[in-house]
Design a protein around this ligand. Structure first.
Ligand SMILES: [Zn+2]
Length: 235
């Protein structure tokens, strides 16, 4: 049973090694006491998996452990699972984690730990980026509640809103100078700020349908923001 669990936890690279340590783990008394749900350190076999210590290093041998697949971005970044987050705290946590798992710090360690550091680092970057921006944070939070917005435009959007977006896009295409672009940019930014406040309210009221509707609108405006960025970049 352990070999399978361990293999699944360690993903590809662990499969080659899962046989021998798996047998050792099975015969260990501690393993029997801890039950099958407690992950073990891949290196020393001690009870140092993600559920113990800081969740990153084995408290016994200090080997970097695989990322905990059950941990969501909010938990990883030490944030309450809500739309309103403290972005300063998020930034501090990001820096703290990067100091902990940045691959540069593992250059003298085994290949296994180097690979794990890469995995952790990618995960931390993704978590940080996702939670930092209101749109991706909102979409992620909805996803945790089992609601996903498809990439297409299948969500019934009111035509007045769509006409508004078309008009902004036309204005942007016609904008001849930086002042004109800046004006559109500030309009879009104000709109996103308003949407962000509304999404926050919707989440506070557990009104996920409302949150979904506003986040869909935010995505349209986010596309406009991308176009503004491109237009501002000299070719
Ligand atoms: Zn260990």
């Amino acid at each position: 049973m352990w070999g399978g669990r361990l293999g699944a936890l360690l993903l590809g690279w662990g499969r080659r090694q899962a046989g021998a340590p798996g047998r050792r783990l099975l015969s260990s008394n501690a393993a029997a006491q801890a039950g099958i749900s407690a992950p073990r350190c891949w290196k020393c076999g001690g009870p140092g998996g993600p559920e113990r210590g800081d969740g990153f290093f084995c408290p016994q041998c200090r080997a970097l452990q695989p990322p905990d697949p059950t941990r969501d971005y909010f938990s990883l970044m030490d944030c309450n699972r809500s739309f309103r987050i403290d972005t300063t705290k998020l930034q501090h946590r990001y820096q703290q984690l990067q100091r902990l798992v940045h691959p540069d710090f593992f250059s003298k360690r085994s290949q296994t730990e180097k690979d794990l550091a890469e995995k952790h680092s990618t995960l931390v970057n993704d978590a940080y980026k996702t939670l930092l921006a209101p749109l991706s944070r909102g979409l992620y939070l909805l996803k945790l509640h089992g609601i996903e917005i498809s990439e297409g435009t299948d969500y019934k959007m009111d035509s007045q809103f769509l006409i508004g977006i078309m008009e902004i896009n036309e204005k942007l295409e016609e904008a001849q100078n930086e002042a004109a672009i800046k004006e559109i940019e500030s309009t879009v930014r104000a709109k996103q700020k308003e949407f962000t406040e509304n999404v926050n309210r919707a989440f506070e009221q557990d009104d996920f349908e409302k949150a979904k509707e506003i986040l869909t609108k935010m995505r349209y405006f986010s596309n406009v923001e991308e176009k503004i960025k491109l237009k501002k970049t000299p070719l």
